[in-house]
Design a protein around this ligand. Structure first.
Ligand SMILES: *Cc1c(COP(=O)(O)O)cnc(C)c1O
Length: 383
């Protein structure tokens, strides 16, 4: 049976070139990067080379890169570390952030964290004006994602940064979905912090990074050994770090070509959906200006109900098509996606959403096969 993987926003396959780069550090070159002996020094050299590569690719200094276990840790580290450093307790964010941002803020309420969740209707973005209006004397941090993982909307980070600079408030962006897909330069976007995860860019799972601008208010939140200049304890994931640097390097080098390929597939997908379903399909998010790899849509019904997203997903899975309804973290739960609810979608529509997230290895045949199968499934499911 054919397998069509359309869930690249959840995770990506490991690029064979990344595996090759990692291989020595999974086998013969296994030293602890903090050991003094030759094996340790070899690992340390590889880690520092990776740090330099990544720093160069995002316009940072090597010392501003802190390796972590992934996007979730980096997001937690920013929130906890900036609040700790500033002594302030107010955070400005949006309703459509990843749970790695929303949950630390929500659970932090008991510790006195106050959060303003900016409204994103109708397309999933916030404006610099909204951010400016939300900042107070007590604001420790503004954190807004670059590209949304469910609907692909892109925030105007540069304008938001101008406001934050004017008000003297540090700005973090969760750039997990934009890294390797959109130009990501910390000075051009005006970011003080950003989070990247390797497994979303054809790298290994369980490794990521936090960029923390030199001088920005931040304190380590995870104590342990003196690794990462005492900013993040824990033995370094040497193969993971080497793989992440390779993955980002490849993504940036191939960006133009990959973007053109994937954008053409998205165009084909959207045209195909419109063609087959007409006004029975409702697109979620900014179809035109959103990121080039994500298409999110629902099937509302005339009576106010909608086709069940979970059923659509399971039926597509039977045909070998892997996609998602909302974020992977919330599937399994019957809750509608918090992102679609924030767009103002009513519950039945929010529950009927599907997300196709395309990747560099997808083909036109993948898109056409998916459209054919989806068409048949929807015909069966419609009352
Ligand atoms: C996947 C993802 C994360 C979490 O990254 P992990 O490395 O899986 O912890 C955070 N933010 C966004 C936007 C994501 O898509």
């Amino acid at each position: 049976m054919r397998t069509v993987y359309l869930d690249h926003a959840a995770t990506t396959p490991l690029d064979p070139r990344v595996l090759n780069a990692m291989m020595p550090f999974l086998t013969s070159s296994f030293g602890n990067a903090n050991s003094i002996h030759a094996a340790g020094r070899a690992a340390n050299v590889a880690v520092e080379e990776a740090r330099e590569t990544i720093a160069r690719l995002i316009g940072a200094q090597p010392a501003e890169i802190i390796f972590t276990s992934g996007g979730t840790e980096s997001d937690n580290a920013v929130i906890k570390g900036v609040i700790k450093a500033t002594g302030k307790s107010h955070v400005v964010t949006s309703m459509v952030e990843h749970h790695a941002i929303l949950h630390p803020l929500q659970y932090g309420r008991k510790d006195g964290i106050k959060t303003t969740f900016l409204d994103v209707k109708p397309l999933g973005m916030v404006t610099a004006e909204q951010v400016e209006a939300a900042i107070t004397e007590e604001t420790a941090l503004v954190t807004l994602m670059h590209a949304n993982n469910e609907i692909g909307s892109i925030n105007p980070m540069r304008q938001i940064s101008d406001v934050c600079r004017k008000k003297g408030v540090p700005l973090h962006s969760d750039t997990v979905q934009s890294a390797g897909k959109l130009p990501l330069h910390v000075d051009e976007l005006g970011l003080d912090f950003l989070s990247i995860s390797a497994h979303k860019i054809y790298g290994p799972k369980g490794v990521g990074l936090l960029y923390a601008r030199a001088g920005a208010p931040w304190k380590p939140w995870m104590e342990g050994g003196s690794q990462e200049r005492k900013r993040r304890g824990g033995t370094l994931n040497v193969p993971g770090i080497v793989g992440m640097a390779k993955a980002l390097e490849l993504a940036v080098a191939d960006m133009e070509q990959t973007t053109a390929h994937i954008a053409a597939l998205k165009k084909r997908m959207v045209a195909g959906l419109k063609d087959r379903f007409g006004d029975r399909v409702a697109f979620n998010g900014d179809l035109e200006h959103g990121i080039h790899n994500i298409v999110n849509f629902s099937f509302p019904l005339p009576d106010g109900e909608a086709l069940d997203g979970e059923m659509l997903l399971l039926n597509l899975d039977i045909e070998g098509i892997c996609c998602s309804n909302g974020s992977a973290c919330s599937s399994g739960a019957i809750e509608p996606s918090h992102v679609l609810v924030a767009l103002g979608r009513v519950t039945p529509t929010a529950k009927s959403s599907l997300r196709f997230s395309l990747g560099k290895d997808n083909t036109e045949e993948d898109v056409d096969y998916t459209l054919d199968k989806l068409d048949a499934i929807v015909r069966r499911m419609r009352p």
